[in-house]
Design a protein around this ligand. Sequence first.
Ligand code: NDP
Ligand code: MG
Ligand code: MG
Length: 336
Amino acid sequence: MAKVYYDKDVNWDVLKDKKVAVIGYGSQGHAHALNLKESGVSVVVGLYEGSKSAAKAEADGLPVASVAQAVAAADVTMVLIPDEKQAAVYQTEIAPHLKPNSALAFAHGFNVHFKQIVPPENVDVFMVAPKGPGHLVRRTFVEGGGVPDVFAVEQDASGQCFDLALAYTRGIGGTRAGVLQTTFREETETDLFGEQAVLCGGICQLITNGFETLCEAGYQPEIAYFETFHEMKLIVDLMYEGGMAKMRHSISDTAEYGDYTAGKKVVTEDTKKAMKKVLADIQDGTFAKEWLLENNAGGRAHFLAMRRQHAEHPVEVVGAELRKMMPWLHNNDQKD
Ligand code: NDP
Ligand code: MG
Ligand code: MG
């Protein structure tokens, strides 16, 4: 079992008198900024001119400055804007104002690992990535707990970067739950693999194939939706709470027997080979190159077309209708 660090392992002195610039006030940004502030750390939020988030941060009692001003004043700059915007903002507004011997921090390794951001040698570079969305990072902290984090040291200019990264995890509540050390490479590659092969790509395609199989066999799409999509949440909630064993304990013996016998026929050794290819494309930079080109040269044309095509699939159209029968879901189909 990997070493787990808790509050008692933290050298808080390395962070407590420092000023942290939190760049961005979105999902992660608001949680980091507020949790750090309530842990006694001096925080400034860095945003662009005209940012919608500025009023929110100010209403939450935080000082807001331009990105350049926030970085210039900071001992630690935590970059919490969308990954695909980070390289441009780094070049124009962060790098020119980074104090020598300060620290630059991230919540995901993509830009540093794939060299879209190359920090100068005279700063510490670390990562603190909560294993949960920002609202959970904030809510658990307010309740007196925390969300587990992973942290990593990429560049140790001060000789204290490990202590600083670990102290930062305490500042946002992570060491209340326990935190694990990783590397930028491991975090980036496993994060991309997980979302592509299993959590997003894998599960959405599995559901779609199941839905299409039932519809093509003549069953009603509404029934197909309930059986292959709607019940997914119940199953995943049980696995999340108590592993696959708890889920299998809750379902019928018939379902459990079918689980053991059909699973490997559907998700086969060929699927695993395909997963290894997805991983290899992540490791050798093929995926990163493709996604960066899509954003920079392609104007996101292919990405936006795929988004539209997937939204028009019958499983989505039927699902939107059926969810109207479920008032407890409120307006979850509306985008904010
Ligand atoms: P969000 O999309 O929620 O962040 C948006 C914030 O960035 C908004 O406050 C936005 O302002 C601001 N912003 C956008 N452009 C700029 C700019 N040019 N200059 C300054 N501020 C800007 O991001 P997330 O919190 O989802 O992600 C942040 C980082 O955390 C990423 O690296 C991500 O990989 C990582 N991460 C995210 C997790 C999550 O649960 N979301 C989990 C773990 C890691 P406005 O709204 O006014 O435009
Ligand atoms: Mg990810
Ligand atoms: Mg059933």
